[in-house]
Design a protein around this ligand. Structure first.
Ligand SMILES: [Zn+2]
Length: 131
């Protein structure tokens, strides 16, 4: 772990596109956030690259800093009737978050592929090491 095993940028961008980070042809997901066990195109074992909570945290970080924080600078957000403004803000925000999450997870899996980090790497599980 810690060394780049495969080209990082290529692997991350293939993951962002929802494609296998190894070949870029097979789909990365078989459902919304379910990673294919093996690539249909190149037979790479995709299930061994961990994502855990990383993509969710990164998505919250991105949406929070790029959308929510700038939005709070507009006075209309504070002055409008919450009965109207909350649904008008929260529904598109939820839709945007749900649209971004699979892309971030794909990029995350691509990064794990490029770095050669597998879910069997003991160094990932710091809570286990503390025991
Ligand atoms: Zn593949």
């Amino acid at each position: 772990m810690g060394e780049i095993v495969h080209p990082l940028r290529r692997s991350v961008f293939r993951g962002l596109a929802g494609r296998c980070p190894a070949c870029g042809k097979g789909p990365l997901f078989w459902r919304y956030l379910k990673v294919n066990g093996r690539c249909e195109s190149c037979d790479t074992d995709l299930a061994r690259y961990p994502a855990d909570d990383g993509p969710a945290y990164l998505t919250i970080l991105l949406i929070g800093h790029l959308v929510v924080a700038p939005m709070l600078f507009f006075p209309i957000v504070w002055r409008a009737n919450p009965a109207y403004s909350l649904p008008l803000i929260l529904i598109p925000l939820a839709a945007l978050t749900l649209a971004v999450l699979p892309r971030v997870k794909g990029g995350w899996v691509g990064m794990m592929y490029a770095l050669g980090v597998k879910n069997t790497d003991a160094a990932l599980h710091t809570a286990d090491a503390a025991d």
